[in-house]
Design a binder for this molecule. Structure first.
Ligand SMILES: Nc1ncnc2c1ncn2[C@@H]1O[C@H](COP(=O)(O)OP(=O)(O)OP(=O)(O)O)[C@@H](O)[C@H]1O
Ligand SMILES: [Mg+2]
Length: 131
């Protein structure tokens, strides 16, 4: 099952945090992993809002019989990211942040993918596996 949140305001970012926490608890992630996933989701949802001009967050429980996890997809139709490797560099920002969101989020999950096209938008997919 996939839960979907439209992100167009700060309050929606709060809702993303709350829903990710709830799903992480029900998937029996450890407390530390819950917090890592919530923190990553918060940063990515904020980027969707601030740079992407809003978008959607889709949260699913995934599994293949051998392991279970949570996958979250952040999608926007904003300007895209011209150089994703640069954007992932700690300290790089085009805004007013610290430039730590993307790199920090990547370190807090098990799988991290950016699919972005300049002029079309950005989709970031993260997965955290239960251990
Ligand atoms: N969804 C997005 N669409 C377009 N550009 C993005 C998107 N997400 C990130 N970026 C670009 O990548 C840069 C780095 O993002 P990152 O989250 O690491 O830092 P930040 O948002 O600038 O600051 P912080 O997250 O520390 O407050 C952003 O400044 C922005 O230029
Ligand atoms: Mg950010």
């Amino acid at each position: 099952m996939t839960e979907r949140i439209e992100v167009t305001s700060d309050q929606d970012v709060v809702r993303v945090r709350q829903l990710v926490r709830t799903v992480a608890v029900s998937a029996e992630l450890s407390l530390v992993d819950q917090t890592k996933l919530v923190t990553a989701a918060s940063e990515l949802a904020r980027n969707t809002l601030v740079y992407g001009g809003g978008g959607t967050v889709e949260i699913s429980q995934v599994g293949n019989g051998r392991r279970a996890g949570i996958r979250i997809v952040f999608t926007d139709h904003g300007p895209g990211i011209p150089d994703p490797d640069l954007a992932l560099t700690d300290g790089y920002t085009t805004g007013r942040g610290l430039g730590l969101g993307l790199g920090g989020a990547r370190r807090m999950v098990d799988e991290f993918d950016i699919d972005t096209v300049v002029g079309q938008g950005t989709s970031v997919t993260v997965t955290k596996w239960c251990r």
